[in-house]
Design a binder for this molecule. Structure first.
Ligand SMILES: *[C@@H]1O[C@H](CO)[C@@H](O)[C@H](O)[C@H]1NC(C)=O
Ligand SMILES: *[C@@H]1O[C@H](CO)[C@@H](O)[C@H](O)[C@H]1NC(C)=O
Ligand SMILES: *[C@@H]1O[C@H](CO)[C@@H](O)[C@H](O)[C@H]1NC(C)=O
Ligand SMILES: *[C@@H]1O[C@H](CO)[C@@H](O)[C@H](O)[C@H]1NC(C)=O
Ligand SMILES: *[C@@H]1O[C@H](CO)[C@@H](O)[C@H](O)[C@H]1NC(C)=O
Ligand SMILES: *[C@@H]1O[C@H](CO)[C@@H](O)[C@H](O)[C@H]1NC(C)=O
Ligand SMILES: *[C@@H]1O[C@H](CO)[C@@H](O)[C@H](O)[C@H]1NC(C)=O
Ligand SMILES: *[C@@H]1O[C@H](CO)[C@@H](O)[C@H](O)[C@H]1NC(C)=O
Length: 499
């Protein structure tokens, strides 16, 4: 007995070592959450915008749902200052109080401050880039109090084309950030060029897998090639990539995500107006299930209540922040007869491991069903397909037991409730409106809440499923359903518990 235990400890220790990813900075053990101005504002940045947004993140309860980083994107500098060691200088018109003050204000609200640059001569907006200035820039950011760097790929002077060339270019900044001694989350953004999932996990906390997202469900766009079975080997990342385009791209590389190092599907578009409610629900569910960073990309000053309720769904966020840290994987994708403007009416099923919240022998499981049809469709997922990793052809033990099926959108905050939160804007009143759907992750982390089987995180039981059964859901056009499956006690497991 004792000898066996020792062996298993050794194996566990080895397993832990092999999973230390990232730049060893200890950050992003679960996917990072926050807000970035780019999708909604582009180059229109200012200290006022950051300050207002940071306050709203707190007032609307988003900080306490885990949205931690306020990220300033491109177009913030006026170039290098020769009288100050060639360091980057903030634009004094956009940031009259200076970048250190902007960072301090964000920190005072209990949030982290994110910064942007490019591993090139210029940023994508044409401002001074950091290639060749990695150390001086990392030091500047550390002095300002920066907690996060989004590092782009424009004007890279041809330093790309092989994995090693890209790795070396991005590793200079990884080392420079580390050398500052300040923990700075490193969000690598080279749009999936040179297979970053192979080399970025040891130097960065996340890496983009595609060209920039566009606020659309499945619009084909020549500027974002690779949309189907060729998506894994996209030589031209492009931009204007739809939600389904990016989801197809991640389907091939889900195993590359791990605690500290994540596939980044790009910032969220929820709240920017280009998609239907069902499409935004699906977009948010998809990003959560594959463990993408959840970085809001909307204008919070005008957030519609329905969209606030989407990004506030703690049961879905809990899938993203699950301590097991493994991405859901696509189990099947079928073309259907449903017609679609782009000929892409597909249905998909994804599933993946979650931490056990039952204290029993089985992990919880997430099931994501995606309806690409233009019509409402009933989608069906068999336990055999959901648990295929544990045994092909329905042979997994998991197929032989009954499961609780919890619909993670059943308890979605009502629009009335969300509107009350917006109207109260942080004053005590919003709390008087029966806000029963709020979870406070500042008070109780997702890991603790799941361990305590908090109902707000587990979702509502909508049905149960018998051994060898099928999970079915009626899903809106371009919508998704997402479920948490929890093993139900059986005679067999009960017996084992008693022993
Ligand atoms: C720098 O890297 C070392 C390991 O290489 C790690 O132990 C340390 O925490 C890192 N420091 C920062 C600030 O990221
Ligand atoms: C450039 O650096 C000098 C010396 O530190 C400083 O006085 C000046 O304000 C800086 N200029 C800008 C635009 O930040
Ligand atoms: C996550 O789940 C898998 C089973 O799919 C298991 O092998 C692994 O040890 C779990 N990891 C953690 C960190 O719990
Ligand atoms: C799912 O099952 C129902 C009931 O058997 C069936 O009507 C429906 O067509 C199935 N859905 C698909 C996409 O096959
Ligand atoms: C879901 O469960 C919560 C907590 O148990 C409960 O307050 C709520 O009424 C339920 N919602 C629905 C739609 O059943
Ligand atoms: C919301 O509250 C913040 C202060 O926390 C304030 O700056 C902002 O103007 C308020 N917004 C509205 C619409 O009242
Ligand atoms: C909500 O109000 C209750 C008492 O009415 C209070 O205990 C709690 O802290 C308040 N929560 C928020 C989010 O204001
Ligand atoms: C969440 O909990 C923290 C820490 O207890 C508290 O400071 C904060 O006000 C709470 N937030 C809400 C929205 O209740």
């Amino acid at each position: 007995m004792i000898a066996l235990q020792k062996i298993s400890y050794t194996i566990a220790a080895l397993a832990v070592v092999s999973r230390v990813g990232a730049s060893d900075n200890g950050l992003a053990r679960t996917p990072q959450m926050g807000w970035d101005n780019w999708n909604a504002f582009g180059c229109s940045v200012s200290e006022t915008l950051l300050q207002q947004t940071a306050e709203l993140i707190v007032n609307y309860g988003l900080r306490d749902l885990g949205y931690h980083y306020v990220v300033l994107d491109d177009c913030w500098s006026v170039g290098r200052n020769a009288s100050n060691n060639n360091s980057l200088a903030a634009d004094p018109t956009k940031f009259p109080a200076g970048m250190k003050a902007a960072a301090d204000n964000i920190h005072d609200l209990g949030l982290g401050f994110g910064m942007y640059s490019s591993a090139g001569k210029y940023t994508c907006g044409g401002y001074a880039g950091s290639l060749g200035y990695e150390e001086v820039d990392a030091n500047t950011w550390a002095n300002w109090g920066v907690d996060y760097l989004k590092y782009d790929n424009c004007y890279n002077e041809g330093q790309a084309g092989t994995q090693l060339i890209s790795y070396n270019r991005y590793n200079v900044m990884s080392k420079a950030l580390n050398a500052t001694g300040r923990p700075i989350l490193y969000s690598l953004c080279n749009w999936g060029e040179d297979y970053p999932f192979n080399w970025a996990p040891t130097i960065a906390n996340s890496w983009r897998i595609s060209g920039d997202i566009f606020d659309d469900w499945d619009q084909a766009d020549a500027r974002c090639p690779c949309d189907g079975d060729d998506a894994w080997d996209c030589r031209l990342p492009g931009f204007h990539c739809s939600v389904t385009n990016i989801m197809n791209k991640v389907s091939f590389i889900v195993s590359k995500s791990q605690p500290g190092a994540w596939n980044d599907l790009d910032m969220l578009e929820v709240g920017n107006g280009g998609m239907t409610d069902a499409e935004y629900v699906a977009h948010f569910s998809m990003w959560a299930a594959v463990k993408s960073p959840l970085i809001l990309g909307n204008d919070l000053r005008i957030v519609p209540a329905a969209d606030l309720s989407i990004i506030s769904n703690a049961a879905v966020i809990a899938i993203n922040q699950d301590p097991n840290g493994s991405s859901a994987a696509r189990r099947w994708k079928y073309a259907t007869n449903g017609t679609d403007a782009n000929g892409r009416a597909e249905i998909q099923m994804w599933s993946g491991t979650l931490m056990s919240t039952t204290g029993g022998d089985y992990y919880d499981f997430v099931v994501l069903l995606i309806n690409g049809n233009n019509v409402e469709t009933v989608l069906n997922a068999t336990l055999a397909d959901i648990f295929v990793d544990f045994g092909a052809g329905g042979t997994a033990d998991e197929v032989k037991i009954p499961w609780e099926v919890r619909d993670l959108w059943a308890n979605r905050m009502s629009t009335t409730e969300a509107q009350a939160i917006i109207s109260a804007n942080g004053t005590a009143g919003y709390n008087g409106t029966n806000v029963q759907t709020r979870y406070n992750a500042t008070q109780t982390s997702y890991a603790e809440g799941l361990a305590a089987a908090d109902e707000l995180l587990l979702g509502n039981v909508t049905t149960t499923i018998q051994p060898s059964g099928t999970v079915s859901a009626t899903i809106a056009p371009h919508g998704a359903a997402i479920f948490r499956l929890r093993a139900m006690p059986t005679a067999a497991t009960k017996k084992r518990d008693e022993l």
